[in-house]
Design a protein around this ligand. Structure first.
Ligand SMILES: *Cc1c(COP(=O)(O)O)cnc(C)c1O
Length: 459
């Protein structure tokens, strides 16, 4: 465990003790890798409770939460109406293995907000993208899947793929445990690169089942699609009989009321063939969905022949949490999150400029992130290669200074920052007053020439 992290004044004894216990019984001590703080060092904080924009750890330290469970908590933590609905649902029994009214209502809410004709509920974003890909393959009778480097679609075998050695070559497994045979059916292209997409379709157009993309890339830091890029993807897919799968697990019901599609497809008059949702639509519970064109969705069992199932799919408590969250996610909520996100983004950027730290702050709707770039010459980050050229060491120093001052940022430079409708003036003031010292801490990190920079250790 790297121990470079300053823990100035705050006790993290209970977290450290729990982390030691956790590491004895769980690989790395965590149930999802980024939580282990490997990219920033220091002791992962074990949280005990949360309310509104605040997290409280097991040592009693309070933090303004700027990850919101990686997106889901759009309304803030422990929203009273969500809790009440969840408690009432749980009191009626927690799972029946039969259809329920809450599932119908949640599906209607999703169909009402997005361009999909029908949805199938599942329990995680991974399951949603995995199932959407299977459906696209079953519908088209083709095997090949295109994805973009830096876009994350959950830990689906065929999507945990890295770029092969050249343009328009097949992918290689991005992790041990994925047979090369599986990624033989995946091609990885640079994001925002129309020529690469055209080249892949020119060569393999007849075998491509689908192209999957994040509606706006949020898993390499925030990298929005260039103007017209998503529309171009839809047209290119449709010209070749392939499907566009727009992964809105992170952006859905978060970037805008209708998701990222609200910023392009809704305005330009096109829709993806399939979409995936998760995070916000689960209201903090395990719920996700995939949906799309009626003729494609009709291929799903029991109506059609493509198999997909789940014991806890559409779970009544999860569906109630998601439905209640979406019903409370009004235009006023999005306005507030938008403003709060802008305040934090602009203040972070101003503090970093003041301290002389090169950076680029990029936003897409209510989502944004700050790239700690190598120099002031970089004015935009358009793809994974550019996102990778970051001073992760400066971000680690920035992160720990914020943490010590009671602000919880994503523990990796390659993640979006998230706000909620509950981020009020008190929470924002805490963030704003912490930024200058954090920016100075980032500025104080020596350049790699003088101190050998360690490569980003996190995956
Ligand atoms: C989080 C995420 C997933 C995976 O969702 P899980 O619920 O973690 O399995 C898939 N796609 C995108 C774009 C995501 O951000």
């Amino acid at each position: 465990m790297p121990s470079s992290a300053p823990e100035a004044g705050r006790s993290v004894d209970r977290s450290a003790e729990l982390f030691a216990r956790a590491r004895r019984v769980t690989p790395g001590g965590v149930n999802s890798p980024v939580r282990a703080f490997n990219a920033v060092g220091g002791t992962p904080r074990f949280m005990a409770s949360a309310a509104g924009p605040w997290l409280t750890d097991v040592d009693g330290n309070e933090y303004v939460d700027l990850i919101c469970s990686w997106g889901p908590m759009l309304l803030g933590h422990a929203h009273p109406e969500v809790l009440e609905a969840v408690a009432a649902a749980a009191a009626r029994g927690t799972s029946y293995g039969t259809p329920t009214e809450a599932e119908v209502e949640l599906a209607e809410e999703i169909v009402g907000r997005t361009p999909v004709d029908a949805v199938r509920l599942v329990s995680s974003g991974t399951e949603a993208t995995m199932s959407a890909i299977r459906l696209a393959r079953g519908f088209t009778g083709r095997d090949l899947v295109l994805k973009f480097a830096g876009c994350y679609h959950g830990h689906v075998d065929s999507l945990l793929a890295s770029a092969g050695s050249g343009l328009a070559t097949f992918a290689v497994p991005g992790t041990p445990g994925v047979p090369a045979d599986f990624t033989q059916h995946t091609m990885v292209l640079p994001y925002n690169d129309r020529a690469a997409v055209e080249a892949a379709f020119a060569e393999h157009g007849d075998s491509i089942a689908c192209l999957i993309t994040e509606a706006a890339a949020g898993n390499m830091g925030m990298v929005p699609p260039e103007d017209g890029f998503n529309r171009f993807l839809q047209e290119t897919c449709s010209n070749h009989g392939a499907l566009l799968v727009s992964d809105e697990v992170m952006t859905g019901f978060r970037v805008t009321r209708t998701g990222r599609w609200g910023l392009d497809g809704a305005v330009e008059g096109w829709r993806p063939d399939l979409m995936t949702f998760g995070k916000v639509m689960g209201g903090g519970f395990p719920a996700a969905a995939f949906g799309g064109r009626a003729d494609v969705m009709a291929h799903l069992a029991p109506e059609g022949s493509v198999y997909q199932a789940g014991t806890l799919s559409g779970n009544p408590v999860a569906a109630t949490a998601g439905l209640t969250t979406l019903r409370l996610a009004t235009d006023a909520v999005y306005d507030h999150v938008d403003k709060a996100a802008r305040v934090v983004r602009e203040a972070a950027s101003a503090a970093l400029s003041e301290a002389g730290v090169p950076h680029v702050a990029q936003a897409d709707g209510t989502m944004f992130s700050v790239f700690f770039t190598e120099s002031d010459d970089v004015t935009a980050v358009r793809d994974f290669a550019e996102a990778g050229r970051q001073r992760a060491d400066r971000y680690a120093a920035f992160f720990h200074s914020m943490l010590d001052q009671g602000v919880y940022l994503p523990p990796s430079a390659f993640e979006a920052w998230f706000l909620s409708a509950a981020h009020d003036d008190r929470a924002l003031d805490r963030v704003l007053s912490a930024l200058p010292a954090a920016a100075r801490a980032a500025a104080a990190v020596p350049d790699p020439e003088t101190a050998h920079e360690t490569k980003d250790r996190d995956q």
